[in-house]
Design a protein around this ligand. Structure first.
Ligand code: GLV
Ligand code: MN
Ligand code: MN
Length: 391
């Protein structure tokens, strides 16, 4: 299945993937998902917010166990972040069918919409809308680099913007959610184990800093006459690194927009997105507050905030015992990456995550990798976990 997807949205120059939400590539991936559901005789539903659900059994009668992830990507991302969880979900169902297992309750495969937020800046849009932590008004007004709103983009994709919002009917279908994901660090490499289980997702957020100045000619404007927003922006980037080190967190400026973007003009506006994460919310908040004070004059807006997610301990330990064994459970480790499973967990849906070893430890990059044997170990572990939860 990963091979079937390998050409979709791939940049041949880098082997990185560009799979923005609702782009042509994303629509092709969604079609692929529908095809896999149909091939297995699963009941395909698209919820109010564009998330796809393929059910074995009818979750309207009794809530079921859902598993899955997302198919969109960061720009120039790897092949596994997202797709591994969706592909493994279908593969785990195949394993269970081969075992002649009949689920005692409905079993579903999920594909969440716009997990990465590559296009509109806010991550986990599908699960945030589903659970109501993102309002439809705010979501619909988000704009992409072309100035198109999510409302415009949805309309063009044949979806109704009016449908968006908290979806209790869909949430009511999910008694438990399990997301399998490629590991995005070297935790499992260091432990020498192919599969692990998540303990927690560290608190994280994104802030947009808009530095305004006066656009002007690069050759004729004297230095003392300039109001150049690039300078406070540069100070903020350097300060972010220092502040992160001081507070024991990580902070990244990975996206900027310079307007109008002429090589021969002082810019009029520099927008920069700060991503900050850490083990403790108060450290992240303190660093961001410091940077806001330093960037006095900039307009700072919080684009997203995800509080710490501590996964349900009973479920986590049960998953670790089934994915590994009673004597040697799968290792349990935290992550600094955000996931739809975290959004569902925060909304009160018992959730768990499985991680598959990534030998490079690199993610959000074409260098992200998982060995075939480890992917298969992940599928077998996921199948056993689903079997256990569906009994
Ligand atoms: C998603 O991968 C994120 O952690 O930003
Ligand atoms: Mn990601
Ligand atoms: Mn992901």
């Amino acid at each position: 299945m990963l091979d079937e997807l390998s050409h979709i949205g791939r940049d041949p120059a880098t082997n990185g993937y560009i799979r923005d939400a609702w782009s042509v590539s994303d629509l092709e991936l969604r079609e692929w998902f529908r095809g896999e559901a149909a091939r297995r005789g699963l009941d395909l539903r698209e919820d109010r917010n564009g998330n796809l659900w393929a059910w074995w059994g009818d979750p309207s009668r009794a809530p079921g166990v859902a598993t899955g992830s997302h198919l969109d990507s960061v720009r120039q991302g790897g092949a596994y972040d997202g797709p591994l969880g969706v592909v493994s979900a279908f593969a785990a169902l195949d394993v269970l069918k081969n075992r002649d297992f009949r689920p005692g309750r409905p079993l579903g495969v999920a594909c969440f919409t716009d997990e990465e937020g590559a296009r509109f800046g806010v991550p986990c849009v599908g699960s945030r809308l589903l659970t109501g932590v993102l309002t439809p008004e705010r979501a619909l007004a988000l704009t992409d680099d072309d100035g198109d709103t999510l409302a415009d983009v949805l309309t063009r994709a044949g979806r109704s913007p009016r449908a968006l919002g908290r979806d209790d009917e869909t949430l009511g279908h999910v008694a438990v959610f399990v997301e399998l994901h490629v590991e995005q660090g070297r935790g499992l490499v260091d432990l020498g184990r192919p599969v692990g289980v998540a303990s927690a997702i560290r608190p994280h957020g994104r802030w947009r800093f808009d530095f305004r100045g006066q656009a002007n000619h690069a050759g004729t404007t004297r230095l003392e006459d300039r109001d150049d927003p690039m300078l406070p922006f540069a100070r903020m980037v350097l300060a972010a690194r220092e502040s992160a080190a001081k507070h024991g967190i990580v902070a990244t400026v990975g996206r900027t927009r310079v307007s109008p973007g002429n090589a021969n003009a002082v810019p009029g506006l520099v927008s920069a997105w700060l991503d900050a994460r850490g083990a403790r919310e108060e450290d992240v908040r303190a660093a961001v507050a410091e940077l806001g004070d330093l960037a006095e004059g900039a307009r700072v807006s919080e684009e997203s905030w995800t509080p710490v997610v501590d996964f349900d301990v009973t479920l986590r330990d049960r998953v670790a015992a089934v994915a590994g064994s009673e004597e040697e459970p799968s290792p349990v480790l935290p992550t600094g990456a955000g996931h739809d499973a975290g959004i569902l967990a925060s909304a009160g849906v018992p959730s768990a995550m499985l991680f598959v070893r990534n030998p490079t430890g690199v993610s959000h990059s074409p260098a992200e990798h998982a060995e075939r044997a480890d992917c298969e170990a992940g599928v077998v572990a996921l199948a056993s976990v689903l079997e256990d939860l569906c009994r």
